[in-house]
Design a protein around this ligand. Structure first.
Ligand SMILES: Cc1ncc(COP(=O)(O)O)c(C=O)c1O
Length: 383
């Protein structure tokens, strides 16, 4: 047979999957590997979806999304994100945040273009880049996981097309502060670049910090592609609903790519998102408090156990170093799974600078987190 696609073949099988293979057939496993919240999807979202199906909303959706949903999204991004977007020109509904990322890659890059990313970072960016022939320039984060602004500036070449940020960040939990964001924006404007900003964790921000959408800043709307989703805010990862906000030029291109590759987004699920958006975000307060409590618990316990780690300010992950135990993240996660049945993700999957780290998700019940921490402590004592 002739050789299949080199670009797709190059992407490794998921290391997270490999780890879960070790867990097969074991009922005692506690997973701190998951990237989805554990609360139930709010009932209005579920009913919205069900009612749409009952009303025979089973045909193709309009390519950019259901107008009522787009209008609600306009209101949400205008008020919450302070982005001056218009639903007719600047928003498209996608199959999760993942497809909004794909659309961003499809519409701004040509093969050979370069994209600057702080590393470690969310793994889909690396593989989207591979699939679209984009060269990722990884810039190692500072020790506290803030972006290394000087290195970012020095990494710009004539081929640089964009910088991608994800704040609050998966996997580090870093939240960009105003100064960091301002400096990134300066670099973008000075060098005539695009900014891709993945804001799927915008509601998971702690310690009184505030989420700022770069598209709301002066001179940034036209050059920013904002990626967002229903998935994390409404605990609805299976709905596969997200959206992108950008200039008319980019959204028009996205519509074409969307039309010819996926022919639209799940029609009935969009009605679920409509009902979710109508609820507003007040329902989230209790959930938020619970995540904050878990964050503090995990941080304190990992410190007590002897890890070096940065306290996360956002999302629901923490990324401790495994150096104190003379193990790579991969060795640590495999041994921990075999010996104590706790799943954590090896840091190496998130880029070239995190081999000696693990990612722990605290998006699980507090009692399970406590038990997992006790097991990790036992594991460390035996090393
Ligand atoms: C940073 C980040 N962006 C995007 C996504 C994808 O979200 P969705 O499930 O809406 O496709 C995830 C999922 O884990 C994520 O962590």
């Amino acid at each position: 047979m002739r050789e299949p696609s080199q670009r797709v073949s190059k992407a490794p099988k998921s290391a997270i999957r490999e780890l879960f293979d070790l867990a097969l057939g074991r009922s005692d496993v506690i997973s701190l590997g998951i990237g989805q919240p554990d609360f139930t999807t709010p009932e209005p979202a579920i009913q919205g979806n069900i009612n749409a199906l009952k009303n025979k909303i089973t045909m193709y959706a309009p390519t950019r999304g259901v107008p009522e949903l787009l209008e609600l999204l306009e209101k949400k991004v205008n008020t919450f994100n302070k982005i001056n977007a218009n639903w007719r020109d600047n928003i498209i509904v996608t199959n999760g945040g993942s497809q909004a990322i794909t659309l961003a890659f499809a519409t701004i890059f040509n093969p050979g273009d370069e994209l600057i990313i702080s590393s470690p970072n969310f793994l889909s960016y690396f593989y989207c880049a591979l699939f679209f022939g984009v060269k990722v320039v990884e810039v190692e984060r500072n020790k506290n996981f803030s972006p290394n602004i000087e290195k970012i500036r020095n990494s710009i070449t004539s081929k640089t097309k964009a910088i991608l940020i994800n704040s609050p960040n998966n996997p580090t939990g870093h939240v960009l502060n105003q100064t960091e964001l301002k400096k990134i924006v300066e670099i973008i404007i000075e060098n005539d670049l695009y900014l891709i900003t993945d804001e799927v964790y915008e509601n998971y921000i702690y310690d009184g910090l505030k989420h700022v959408s770069p598209a709301s800043l002066n001179g940034m709307f036209e050059r920013t592609i904002t990626v967002n989703a229903m998935s994390k805010s409404f605990s609805a990862t299976g709905f596969r609903i997200g959206y992108a906000v950008a200039s008319k030029e980019i959204i028009d291109l996205m519509e074409k790519f969307h039309q010819y590759t996926v022919a639209g987004t799940n029609h009935a699920a969009q009605y679920g998102f409509i009902e979710a958006l109508k609820m507003g975000i007040n329902f989230f307060e209790e959930i938020y408090q619970s995540f904050d409590k878990r964050r503090n618990l995990v941080y304190i316990r990992l410190k007590e156990i002897g890890f070096d780690l940065v306290k996360p300010h956002g999302a629901f992950y923490v990324m401790p170093s495994t150096k104190n135990f003379n193990l790579t993240g991969k060795e640590f996660s495999q041994k921990l799974m075999k010996e104590q049945a706790v799943a954590v993700v090896p840091g190496g999957v998130f880029g070239s600078f995190s081999d000696h780290m693990i990612r722990i998700s605290y998006a699980t019940e507090i009692e399970k987190i406590k038990e997992a921490m006790n097991r990790i402590e036992k594991f460390i004592h035996k090393i």
